[in-house]
Design a protein around this ligand. Structure first.
Ligand code: CA
Length: 226
């Protein structure tokens, strides 16, 4: 009796077909992931060169907040979302967090961002303390004028190792304008439309208050699927 032999050619064709179908499926799933309602793929990620950072500098994932000290939603984000992100991912060495200034609220945004940049220049380690302290000063009635030179220098003065005299001189000399303009460049480059805007590597989170979406984007990046 003749035994039917499997043709090596047919076998190779079959394997190729299976691999092709799998590859197409992967591409389709990948597209669904990166173009879901929760996130938008940007194709590139914002540079955090010369930006204040929190966490391990070489963490595998970078989360950038585009924010404004005058923006009430940014204050709320810092209170309600950031602490979870910090304990889940920043303190565990998985995420480097960075903040880029957005100047959507006129002169007060400009003043706040300049002083924040000067604090960072003087003492990078003091930056986040100042960042938090300044948001704490934002009043309920956020439309009122509250970012004044006196107030902001007072806030900076309470932060460790900040020379407020130097701060005032540097402010008068426009010593932070370049850094503020660098941030404005990123806002334009990434077409930031609202504050806060949260980016996880090269992905923008549609709703910054959707912590699950932020988590999913980070986990995708950690697993190499981002
Ligand atoms: Ca900056």
């Amino acid at each position: 009796m003749m035994k039917e032999k499997h043709s090596p050619f047919k076998f190779a064709v079959g394997i190729t077909l299976v691999i092709t179908v799998l590859l197409i499926a992967l591409v389709v799933v990948g597209n669904i992931n990166s173009n879901s309602n929760e996130t938008t793929a940007l194709g590139k990620q914002p540079s955090i060169d010369d930006q204040p950072t929190l966490g391990e500098p070489d963490a595998p994932v970078t989360v950038v907040e585009f924010g404004d000290f005058k923006c009430p939603a940014c204050k709320a984000w810092g209170k309600n979302i950031f602490p979870q992100l910090e304990s889940d991912y920043v303190e565990t060495g998985k995420v480097t967090f960075s903040f880029v200034n957005v100047l959507f609220h006129g002169e007060e945004s400009k003043l706040a961002s300049q002083v924040a940049e000067l604090v960072y220049q003087q003492n990078p380690d003091a930056y986040w303390e100042f960042h938090k302290a300044l948001f704490n000063e934002q009043p309920e009635n956020h439309d009122s004028t509250w970012v004044t030179k006196e107030k902001i220098v007072e806030v900076a003065g309470k932060v460790s190792n900040i020379d407020t005299e130097k701060l005032e001189t540097d402010l008068e000399n426009g010593a932070a304008i370049n850094r503020v303009n660098q941030d404005r460049g990123l806002v334009t480059e990434f077409d930031v439309q609202q504050t806060p805007t949260i980016m996880v590597n090269d992905t923008m989170i549609e709703d910054p208050f959707d912590y699950e979406a932020i988590q999913k984007a980070i986990e995708d990046e950690l697993e190499g699927n981002g």
